[in-house]
Design a protein around this ligand. Structure first.
Ligand code: NAI
Ligand code: COI
Ligand code: MG
Length: 364
């Protein structure tokens, strides 16, 4: 498997380093064919090349089968880099150009982390759902967009929320196929009560599910209510499918259930067999460079890579089990530690997962 690694900014390089160690372990011990190329992304490119996106890197991105991405974003960047340059080197450009429309964000609360969750155990125990976020349309991509100056000299910022029937239908199909492999239940989330694009989303979701997936149960839910239900009763969800903006917000809310955004992995895929794997969190400038970031979102993204791109479901399950066991054994980064628990560094968590992998390999 040819893997392009883009560690990016902030904690991105720290967490991707641990995910890479794990993938190299699978290459060494389980016969994973792995060919890694690493390139800069974000501020590092600006500093080294004077552009956020060298042509050579972009060519590699377009041709990649799988990308392991860290994170992008720094506050300095907003100030010093012209907006045209920022667009060239943005994560949104990559998602759009590769047509990575299906962003899969699994949220599973392990018993070992019940203490880290802000929810009561009787509410959160066993929560296990997936958010399928549409990733290439909606508010982040609609036109017109921009900031214009009005005749009175004040400015107006404009972003447009737009969805075609085709963009909605393919997201719903993806969610229904996912649900078939799980508990067969899809919650389609929109704001059909106030947005025309939301009403269309609801209509198309209903039609596609009814006509093409009669074995899947579909419910509709308004996005504001969904935010409440994720905190009130997360176990009621199996697959949530929603648009780009709501999916961004609701998946961070899902991260809160686990106590930290650092736990959440994601995969973004297109219909041409390309995929981008990244933790859900951003560059976390508040903790970057300290060696304290939780690498499990990145490591669990590597498990998704083993399952979907490498087509090695047994290795993916083995890695997920190694993570469960490391947590069961009490290994904690600061973000998920309860008072009194022993805290390890980013690489310490990587060590614990590798140790569990070695034990599992010996047991096999
Ligand atoms: N996919 C991406 O590359 C994303 C990039 N961003 C960018 O990241 C920058 C920072 O944004 P924020 O709103 O602060 O979001 P963030 O996700 O970077 O951080 C939110 C909170 O979660 C914590 N956190 C995040 N990852 C963690 C980890 N691995 N371990 C422990 N704690 C972790 C941070 O310390 C912070 O308190 C911005 O420039 C934003 O645009 C934000 C989200 C996603
Ligand atoms: C560029 C942003 C939309 C990234 C983000 O917040 C995310 O993907 O969750
Ligand atoms: Mg987000």
């Amino acid at each position: 498997m040819k893997l392009l690694v883009l560690p990016g900014d902030g904690v991105g390089p720290e967490v991707t380093a641990q995910a890479l160690r794990v993938l190299h372990w699978f290459a060494e011990h389980r016969g994973l064919a792995l060919e890694v190329t690493e390139r800069g992304f974000g501020l590092v490119n600006w500093q080294r090349h004077g552009t956020l996106m060298p042509d050579e890197t972009w060519d590699r991105i377009e041709a990649a089968e799988a990308i392991l991405f860290g994170a992008i974003g720094s506050l300095d960047q907003q100030a010093v880099i012209p907006s045209e340059e920022r667009r060239k080197g943005s994560l949104l450009r990559m998602r759009k150009a590769l047509d990575l429309y299906a962003n899969i964000r699994p949220i599973r609360l392990l018993d070992a982390l019940l203490e880290a969750s802000p929810l009561k155990p009787r509410v959160a125990k066993g929560a296990d759902f997936v958010i399928l976020r549409e990733l290439t349309a909606g508010m982040y991509f609609g036109t017109p967009r921009g900031v214009e100056t009005l005749p009175d000299g004040t400015r107006r910022g404009v972003n447009t929320h737009s969805y075609t029937e085709g963009e909605i239908a393919r997201a719903i199909r993806f969610a229904c196929r996912l649900a078939r492999e799980r508990r067969g239940h899809v919650t389609s989330v929109d704001k059909a009560n106030v947005m025309e694009a939301g009403a269309l989303w609801r209509e198309v979701a209903g039609r596609v599910a009814r006509e093409e997936f009669p074995d899947v149960t579909l419910e509709h839910m308004l996005a504001d209510n969904c935010a409440i239900q994720i905190a009130r009763d997360p176990r009621r969800f199996d697959v949530i499918v929603t648009d780009n903006l709501f999916g961004d917000l609701l998946s961070d809310a899902g991260g809160a259930i686990l106590g930290s955004l650092g736990m959440l992995p994601s995969a973004s895929v297109n219909d041409r067999g390309q995929a981008l794997y990244e933790p859900v969190h951003g560059s976390a400038p508040d903790i970057a460079g300290k060696g304290v970031a939780n690498p499990l979102g990145a490591i669990l993204s590597a498990a998704l890579l083993l399952r979907w791109t490498a087509k090695r479901p047994e290795d993916a399950a083995m890695l997920e089990l190694a993570v469960d066991r490391a947590l069961d054994g009490g290994t904690r980064t600061a973000d998920i530690a309860a008072p009194g628990e022993r805290v390890v560094s980013t690489s310490g968590m990587g060590d614990a997962v590798l140790h569990e992998l070695s034990l599992l390999q010996r047991e096999a």
